[in-house]
Design a protein around this ligand. Structure first.
Ligand SMILES: N[C@@H](CCC(=O)N[C@@H](CSC=O)C(=O)NCC(=O)O)C(=O)O
Length: 284
Protein backbone atom coordinates (compact mmCIF):
# COMPACT_ATOMS: atom_id res chain seq x y z
CA UNK A 1 0.00 0.00 0.00
CA UNK A 2 1.51 3.30 -1.07
CA UNK A 3 0.64 6.61 0.61
CA UNK A 4 0.23 9.22 -2.16
CA UNK A 5 -0.47 12.13 0.16
CA UNK A 6 -1.33 12.77 3.77
CA UNK A 7 -3.21 15.68 5.36
CA UNK A 8 -3.87 16.52 9.01
CA UNK A 9 -7.61 16.97 9.55
CA UNK A 10 -9.58 17.54 12.81
CA UNK A 11 -6.78 15.95 14.84
CA UNK A 12 -6.74 12.88 12.58
CA UNK A 13 -5.29 12.19 9.14
CA UNK A 14 -6.67 11.99 5.61
CA UNK A 15 -4.56 9.72 3.42
CA UNK A 16 -4.78 9.07 -0.30
CA UNK A 17 -3.60 5.53 -1.05
CA UNK A 18 -2.78 3.31 -4.00
CA UNK A 19 -2.22 -0.44 -4.10
CA UNK A 20 -1.64 -3.04 -6.81
CA UNK A 21 -4.95 -4.83 -6.85
CA UNK A 22 -4.76 -8.56 -7.44
CA UNK A 23 -8.51 -8.69 -8.10
CA UNK A 24 -8.67 -5.81 -10.59
CA UNK A 25 -5.25 -6.46 -12.09
CA UNK A 26 -4.41 -2.75 -11.99
CA UNK A 27 -3.36 -0.16 -9.41
CA UNK A 28 -6.42 1.04 -7.49
CA UNK A 29 -6.88 4.15 -5.37
CA UNK A 30 -8.81 4.82 -2.21
CA UNK A 31 -8.77 7.37 0.58
CA UNK A 32 -8.94 6.89 4.33
CA UNK A 33 -9.58 9.10 7.33
CA UNK A 34 -7.90 7.95 10.52
CA UNK A 35 -9.42 9.67 13.56
CA UNK A 36 -7.30 10.84 16.51
CA UNK A 37 -8.30 7.70 18.50
CA UNK A 38 -5.84 5.60 16.44
CA UNK A 39 -3.24 6.81 18.95
CA UNK A 40 -4.99 4.71 21.62
CA UNK A 41 -3.85 1.55 19.82
CA UNK A 42 -7.19 -0.33 19.74
CA UNK A 43 -8.92 -1.48 16.53
CA UNK A 44 -11.63 1.04 15.61
CA UNK A 45 -14.98 0.77 13.83
CA UNK A 46 -14.84 1.73 10.14
CA UNK A 47 -17.29 3.01 7.55
CA UNK A 48 -16.91 2.37 3.82
CA UNK A 49 -18.40 5.15 1.67
CA UNK A 50 -19.19 4.36 -1.99
CA UNK A 51 -19.42 7.40 -4.24
CA UNK A 52 -21.55 8.02 -7.31
CA UNK A 53 -21.13 8.32 -11.05
CA UNK A 54 -18.12 10.41 -12.18
CA UNK A 55 -16.64 10.50 -8.66
CA UNK A 56 -13.21 9.40 -7.48
CA UNK A 57 -11.68 8.43 -4.16
CA UNK A 58 -11.31 12.15 -3.48
CA UNK A 59 -14.92 13.30 -3.81
CA UNK A 60 -16.14 12.15 -0.41
CA UNK A 61 -13.11 13.39 1.52
CA UNK A 62 -13.24 16.81 -0.14
CA UNK A 63 -16.99 17.45 -0.25
CA UNK A 64 -18.98 15.40 2.27
CA UNK A 65 -17.76 17.12 5.44
CA UNK A 66 -17.54 13.87 7.41
CA UNK A 67 -14.19 14.20 9.16
CA UNK A 68 -15.12 16.45 12.12
CA UNK A 69 -17.80 14.10 13.41
CA UNK A 70 -15.83 10.94 12.50
CA UNK A 71 -12.99 12.38 14.62
CA UNK A 72 -15.38 12.87 17.53
CA UNK A 73 -16.86 9.37 17.17
CA UNK A 74 -13.59 7.53 16.53
CA UNK A 75 -14.67 6.22 13.13
CA UNK A 76 -12.22 5.25 10.38
CA UNK A 77 -13.56 6.27 6.95
CA UNK A 78 -12.64 4.43 3.74
CA UNK A 79 -13.61 5.80 0.31
CA UNK A 80 -12.74 3.63 -2.71
CA UNK A 81 -12.52 4.88 -6.29
CA UNK A 82 -15.61 4.22 -8.42
CA UNK A 83 -14.08 2.08 -11.19
CA UNK A 84 -10.83 0.68 -12.51
CA UNK A 85 -8.68 3.23 -14.35
CA UNK A 86 -6.54 2.32 -17.35
CA UNK A 87 -8.21 -1.00 -18.15
CA UNK A 88 -8.00 -0.22 -21.85
CA UNK A 89 -11.51 -1.36 -22.74
CA UNK A 90 -12.43 0.34 -26.05
CA UNK A 91 -14.80 3.25 -25.40
CA UNK A 92 -14.62 2.94 -21.60
CA UNK A 93 -14.41 6.73 -21.16
CA UNK A 94 -17.03 7.62 -23.77
CA UNK A 95 -19.97 7.77 -21.34
CA UNK A 96 -20.12 9.43 -17.92
CA UNK A 97 -22.62 6.83 -16.68
CA UNK A 98 -20.88 3.65 -17.86
CA UNK A 99 -17.25 2.52 -17.80
CA UNK A 100 -14.65 4.75 -16.16
CA UNK A 101 -16.11 6.37 -13.03
CA UNK A 102 -19.15 4.11 -13.25
CA UNK A 103 -18.16 0.61 -12.12
CA UNK A 104 -21.55 -0.01 -10.43
CA UNK A 105 -19.95 -2.04 -7.61
CA UNK A 106 -20.35 -5.40 -9.34
CA UNK A 107 -18.13 -7.98 -11.04
CA UNK A 108 -18.77 -7.74 -14.79
CA UNK A 109 -19.39 -10.98 -16.65
CA UNK A 110 -19.24 -9.68 -20.23
CA UNK A 111 -16.03 -10.42 -22.16
CA UNK A 112 -14.85 -6.83 -22.68
CA UNK A 113 -15.29 -5.90 -19.02
CA UNK A 114 -14.86 -9.00 -16.88
CA UNK A 115 -11.06 -8.97 -16.59
CA UNK A 116 -10.74 -5.65 -14.76
CA UNK A 117 -14.24 -4.39 -13.86
CA UNK A 118 -14.54 -6.39 -10.61
CA UNK A 119 -15.51 -3.72 -8.11
CA UNK A 120 -17.54 -6.01 -5.83
CA UNK A 121 -14.67 -8.45 -5.26
CA UNK A 122 -12.18 -5.61 -4.96
CA UNK A 123 -14.15 -3.94 -2.15
CA UNK A 124 -15.61 -6.94 -0.32
CA UNK A 125 -12.63 -9.28 -0.52
CA UNK A 126 -9.44 -7.37 -1.19
CA UNK A 127 -10.01 -3.92 0.27
CA UNK A 128 -11.73 -5.09 3.46
CA UNK A 129 -8.86 -7.52 3.96
CA UNK A 130 -6.23 -4.88 3.20
CA UNK A 131 -7.59 -2.18 5.50
CA UNK A 132 -8.19 -4.58 8.38
CA UNK A 133 -4.66 -5.94 8.00
CA UNK A 134 -2.82 -2.65 7.50
CA UNK A 135 -4.91 -0.17 9.49
CA UNK A 136 -6.31 -0.20 13.05
CA UNK A 137 -9.75 -1.38 11.90
CA UNK A 138 -11.96 -3.87 13.76
CA UNK A 139 -13.23 -6.28 11.11
CA UNK A 140 -16.32 -7.11 13.16
CA UNK A 141 -17.40 -3.44 13.22
CA UNK A 142 -17.56 -2.24 9.62
CA UNK A 143 -20.51 -0.30 8.19
CA UNK A 144 -21.25 0.82 4.64
CA UNK A 145 -22.98 3.79 3.07
CA UNK A 146 -22.96 5.57 -0.24
CA UNK A 147 -24.55 8.00 -2.64
CA UNK A 148 -26.56 7.39 -5.82
CA UNK A 149 -24.62 4.70 -7.73
CA UNK A 150 -22.73 4.29 -4.45
CA UNK A 151 -26.02 4.01 -2.56
CA UNK A 152 -26.89 1.15 -4.90
CA UNK A 153 -23.44 -0.28 -4.14
CA UNK A 154 -23.88 0.02 -0.39
CA UNK A 155 -27.33 -1.60 -0.42
CA UNK A 156 -26.41 -4.45 -2.77
CA UNK A 157 -23.01 -5.27 -1.27
CA UNK A 158 -24.57 -5.31 2.20
CA UNK A 159 -27.37 -7.62 1.07
CA UNK A 160 -25.09 -9.86 -0.99
CA UNK A 161 -22.50 -10.30 1.79
CA UNK A 162 -24.43 -11.00 4.99
CA UNK A 163 -22.41 -10.26 8.11
CA UNK A 164 -19.68 -8.27 6.37
CA UNK A 165 -21.20 -4.82 6.95
CA UNK A 166 -22.95 -4.40 10.30
CA UNK A 167 -24.70 -1.10 9.53
CA UNK A 168 -26.17 0.33 6.32
CA UNK A 169 -27.35 3.70 5.05
CA UNK A 170 -27.58 5.61 1.78
CA UNK A 171 -28.08 9.04 0.24
CA UNK A 172 -30.37 9.11 -2.79
CA UNK A 173 -29.52 5.54 -3.83
CA UNK A 174 -30.32 4.00 -7.20
CA UNK A 175 -32.80 1.67 -5.53
CA UNK A 176 -34.08 -0.40 -8.45
CA UNK A 177 -31.41 -0.39 -11.16
CA UNK A 178 -33.15 -3.07 -13.26
CA UNK A 179 -35.93 -0.54 -13.83
CA UNK A 180 -34.10 2.75 -14.43
CA UNK A 181 -32.11 4.03 -17.44
CA UNK A 182 -28.73 4.17 -15.62
CA UNK A 183 -29.10 0.63 -14.30
CA UNK A 184 -30.43 -0.87 -17.53
CA UNK A 185 -27.46 0.59 -19.42
CA UNK A 186 -24.91 -0.61 -16.84
CA UNK A 187 -26.41 -4.05 -16.28
CA UNK A 188 -26.77 -4.71 -20.04
CA UNK A 189 -23.15 -3.71 -20.57
CA UNK A 190 -21.56 -5.43 -17.58
CA UNK A 191 -23.89 -8.43 -17.08
CA UNK A 192 -25.51 -9.02 -20.48
CA UNK A 193 -29.21 -9.52 -21.10
CA UNK A 194 -29.97 -12.19 -18.46
CA UNK A 195 -32.48 -10.48 -16.17
CA UNK A 196 -31.88 -13.03 -13.40
CA UNK A 197 -28.29 -11.80 -13.20
CA UNK A 198 -29.58 -8.23 -12.92
CA UNK A 199 -31.92 -9.14 -10.05
CA UNK A 200 -28.94 -10.36 -8.03
CA UNK A 201 -27.57 -6.79 -8.13
CA UNK A 202 -30.82 -4.90 -7.64
CA UNK A 203 -31.37 -3.67 -4.08
CA UNK A 204 -35.16 -3.78 -4.22
CA UNK A 205 -35.23 -7.25 -5.73
CA UNK A 206 -32.60 -8.52 -3.28
CA UNK A 207 -34.55 -7.08 -0.36
CA UNK A 208 -37.84 -8.57 -1.55
CA UNK A 209 -36.22 -12.04 -1.53
CA UNK A 210 -35.11 -11.91 2.11
CA UNK A 211 -36.79 -14.35 4.48
CA UNK A 212 -36.24 -12.03 7.49
CA UNK A 213 -35.08 -8.45 8.02
CA UNK A 214 -31.32 -8.45 7.29
CA UNK A 215 -30.80 -5.23 9.27
CA UNK A 216 -33.16 -5.45 12.28
CA UNK A 217 -31.58 -2.27 13.69
CA UNK A 218 -32.86 -0.43 10.60
CA UNK A 219 -31.57 1.11 7.39
CA UNK A 220 -31.37 4.89 6.98
CA UNK A 221 -31.97 6.50 3.58
CA UNK A 222 -32.15 10.23 2.85
CA UNK A 223 -33.66 11.54 -0.37
CA UNK A 224 -33.95 15.13 -1.58
CA UNK A 225 -37.26 16.01 -3.20
CA UNK A 226 -35.66 18.56 -5.57
CA UNK A 227 -33.32 15.87 -6.88
CA UNK A 228 -33.37 16.00 -10.68
CA UNK A 229 -32.59 12.29 -10.89
CA UNK A 230 -35.55 11.43 -8.65
CA UNK A 231 -37.80 13.21 -11.15
CA UNK A 232 -36.07 11.39 -14.01
CA UNK A 233 -37.05 8.03 -12.44
CA UNK A 234 -33.42 7.00 -11.91
CA UNK A 235 -33.66 6.43 -8.15
CA UNK A 236 -37.09 4.84 -7.46
CA UNK A 237 -36.87 4.83 -3.62
CA UNK A 238 -40.52 3.75 -3.40
CA UNK A 239 -39.50 0.31 -4.72
CA UNK A 240 -37.01 -0.16 -1.91
CA UNK A 241 -39.63 1.06 0.57
CA UNK A 242 -42.14 -1.46 -0.75
CA UNK A 243 -39.61 -4.33 -0.60
CA UNK A 244 -38.64 -3.42 2.97
CA UNK A 245 -42.30 -3.34 4.00
CA UNK A 246 -42.82 -6.73 2.39
CA UNK A 247 -40.08 -8.44 4.46
CA UNK A 248 -40.43 -6.41 7.68
CA UNK A 249 -37.13 -4.58 7.25
CA UNK A 250 -37.21 -1.34 9.28
CA UNK A 251 -36.38 1.53 6.90
CA UNK A 252 -36.18 5.22 7.74
CA UNK A 253 -36.69 6.78 4.31
CA UNK A 254 -36.57 10.52 4.95
CA UNK A 255 -37.77 12.77 2.14
CA UNK A 256 -36.41 16.32 2.31
CA UNK A 257 -38.14 19.18 0.51
CA UNK A 258 -35.83 21.43 -1.50
CA UNK A 259 -32.67 19.31 -1.46
CA UNK A 260 -31.06 18.22 -4.73
CA UNK A 261 -28.73 15.32 -5.59
CA UNK A 262 -25.41 16.95 -4.80
CA UNK A 263 -22.95 17.22 -1.95
CA UNK A 264 -24.74 20.21 -0.34
CA UNK A 265 -27.53 17.71 0.37
CA UNK A 266 -25.13 14.95 1.46
CA UNK A 267 -23.10 17.19 3.77
CA UNK A 268 -26.32 18.44 5.42
CA UNK A 269 -27.27 14.95 6.60
CA UNK A 270 -23.78 13.43 6.92
CA UNK A 271 -23.58 13.91 10.68
CA UNK A 272 -26.82 12.00 11.23
CA UNK A 273 -25.56 9.11 9.10
CA UNK A 274 -22.28 8.96 11.02
CA UNK A 275 -24.09 8.94 14.36
CA UNK A 276 -26.51 6.28 13.08
CA UNK A 277 -23.58 4.03 12.12
CA UNK A 278 -21.58 4.74 15.28
CA UNK A 279 -24.58 3.76 17.40
CA UNK A 280 -25.06 0.50 15.45
CA UNK A 281 -21.37 -0.35 15.48
CA UNK A 282 -21.12 0.26 19.23
CA UNK A 283 -23.64 -2.47 19.88
CA UNK A 284 -22.28 -4.81 17.16
N1 LIG B 1 -22.10 14.62 -15.28
C1 LIG B 1 -23.43 14.34 -14.92
C2 LIG B 1 -23.66 14.47 -13.45
C3 LIG B 1 -22.87 13.50 -12.66
C4 LIG B 1 -23.32 13.50 -11.22
O1 LIG B 1 -24.22 14.21 -10.83
N2 LIG B 1 -22.72 12.64 -10.40
C5 LIG B 1 -23.13 12.56 -9.04
C6 LIG B 1 -23.52 11.14 -8.74
S1 LIG B 1 -24.89 10.69 -9.77
C7 LIG B 1 -25.16 9.05 -9.41
O2 LIG B 1 -24.37 8.24 -9.13
C8 LIG B 1 -22.02 13.01 -8.13
O3 LIG B 1 -21.88 12.60 -7.01
N3 LIG B 1 -21.21 13.94 -8.65
C9 LIG B 1 -20.06 14.46 -7.94
C10 LIG B 1 -20.28 15.80 -7.35
O4 LIG B 1 -19.29 16.39 -6.90
O5 LIG B 1 -21.43 16.27 -7.27
C11 LIG B 1 -24.40 15.19 -15.68
O6 LIG B 1 -23.93 15.81 -16.60
O7 LIG B 1 -25.60 15.21 -15.34
Amino acid sequence: MEVLSEHRCFGGTVRFMRHDSRVIGLPMRFSVFLPPQVAEGRPLPALFYLAGLTCTEETFMAKAGAQRVAAELGLVLVAPDTSPRGAGVPGESDHWDFGVGAGFYLDATQPAWRTHYRMESWICDELVELVTRELPVDRSRIGIFGHSMGGHGALTLALRHPGLFRTLSAFAPISAPSACPWGIKAFSGYLGEDRAAWAAHDASELMARQSAAPYPGGILVDQGLADKFLGDQQLLPERLEQACNQVGQPLQLRRHAGYDHGYYFISTFMEEHLRFHAQGLRTA
